[in-house]
Design a protein. Sequence first.
Lengths: 302, 255
Amino acid sequence: MINLAVKIGNIQFKNPVTIASGTFGYVKPYTKASDLKKLGAFVPKTITLKKRVGNPLPRIVETASGMINAIGIENEGLDYFLQNKLSSLESLGIPLIVSISASSNDEFMILAKALDAKASVSAIELNLSCPNLANKKLIAQDAAATAELVRQIRGAVTKPLIAKLSPNVTDISEIALAAQDAGADAVSLVNTFMAMAVDIQRRKPVLGNITGGLSGPAIKPIALKMVYDVKRRVQIPILAMGGIMSAEDALEFLITGATMVAIGTASFINPKAPLEILEGIKKYMKAHKMSDIHKLIGSLKI
Amino acid sequence: MIDFQQKYTIVANKKVAGTLYQLSLDAPTLVRKVLPGQFMHIRVNDGLKPFLRRPFSIYRALKTVDILYDIVGAGTRMLSEKKKGERVDCLGPLGTPFTLPPKNVKQVVLIAGGVGVAPFLALTDILKKKNYKLILLYGARSKAQIFPMKDFKENGCQVHVATDDGSIGAKGWVSVLFPKIKRDMSTYLYTCGPRPMLACVQAFAKEKHLEGQASLEEVMACGVGACLGCSTKTTHGYKTVCHDGPVFDLSDIIF
Ligand SMILES: Cc1cc2nc3c(=O)[nH]c(=O)nc-3n(C[C@H](O)[C@H](O)[C@H](O)COP(=O)(O)OP(=O)(O)OC[C@H]3O[C@@H](n4cnc5c(N)ncnc54)[C@H](O)[C@@H]3O)c2cc1C
Ligand SMILES: Cc1cc2nc3c(=O)[nH]c(=O)nc-3n(C[C@H](O)[C@H](O)[C@H](O)COP(=O)(O)O)c2cc1C
Ligand code: FES
């Protein structure tokens, strides 16, 4: 038997593979995917307090080994989520990590408290890093603001808190440290890299929002280095993502120190990617005669 | 496993005219499942280039599942280089299909621009069984892009062609063919093609008090309604082309 179980706060996940927020919707499109139950956790698309219509069109563009998106957290808002989405997510039967975002700390608080009250929510991910919200500065670009928000929410909720960080910073480990010291149970990294594309025929930005966030294999090596930097400074678990397409990619992150990995853009190309990656991790552990995932996590030899 | 993802073997992949190709996939289980207006989301290369899948309407699903496609960029070029016997990774059938015309309708007019004609063959395979008068107005760049309309004619379609350069049929956009629509019987429209053309059809429909459906195109990532990347503006707010569409009520689309 291989032990794949990992923990964030007091919550146990049967394995370290999950979904990156915003890349699997609220599961409905994939309801036939009963095998999703095999994953360690599910993370639905970020929700906000009020409905958000999202950004102007077009919202995505393909780039070399990746894509840029500017969805703008289109979602129906908290009440709709609780009434119409949560039950189908519950039926998956795996831990739910619900991602939230807001334009003020007060709104974050309302969202966090509402989710804290739901038995079926295992943990709350604070999306401090969406590049598509037209805010001047992201919370995750400011260590003090990150600490302040995490501290406030920490004081009011009991479920594990995961701070989702932005790679669009000078030193991500500083922000991670601030989140840890303010009481976050884990950090997830990375969100997308701010990016843009230009239509040279029309001499206009391709995206309606002008800029967006780059994801996919193009960002993987940079995301990996950020996990490395954060791992050296913080003790709380890291939920890592950024261009993971294969089990080999996921293993790089685990070896570097990630406790869990999230699969994002890869699912667009191969909806089976999360499950194949989970199988690939098991296969690797068998081949390397490892019986416990903790032998793998952070096993990087320097 | 996620059952809408399958690899299908290519039975044929042939040029039909100009830069238009027809791909036939051996997909017996799919043939029975697909509905006209739905699409397949195809991974044209196993590597990272191109990165995303490419969406294509289902052209026909009789013995094989067929796609009619135009080479417009690197992805479609790569698809055209695939050989008989190779397997392609597909998601599908995806999207909301066409619905049948309302009860009183006697005449159905299909208005297509370029490869936008693709979803209409499968549609006429169904409509021909219902005794409608079927008319296809088809606009293309030039004669070289016009493929034999035999299959449409066999389905009972009266075909009218327009080309941008007038090399065959009427000269100009497909809209020059609108006068061909005799409105002595209750008429319903289906349209697919470039957005400016669709806008033109919508304006025409509004003026003549006609109803219809349009199939839209938008750049896609997931193809299943998960990423909200392919949204389009409608009178009911943003809707995903891949999941809520690609077929929309013609009057609902905001151009
Ligand atoms: C629902 C639907 C059905 C379609 N049916 C057909 C069909 O039956 N036959 C056919 O030839 N084409 C069809 N298209 C368009 C087809 O998807 C594009 O021509 C194709 O993706 C172009 O890829 P490329 O790499 O050759 O071009 P590139 O221009 O190099 O592609 C760059 C990016 O833009 C996207 N893109 C480019 N043009 C379009 C477009 N018109 N619509 C959506 N995305 C686009 C590509 O997918 C890719 O992400 C359909 C599109 C949609 C959304
Ligand atoms: C289309 C799209 C939508 C996304 N939406 C969200 C979101 O709502 N909330 C969030 O925290 N991250 C969102 N992300 C970021 C991903 O969760 C992930 O952090 C990022 O894409 C990097 O991982 P990847 O390269 O594996 O996709 C989105 C990414 C994409 C591509
Ligand atoms: S392509 Fe992802 S929602 Fe349509």
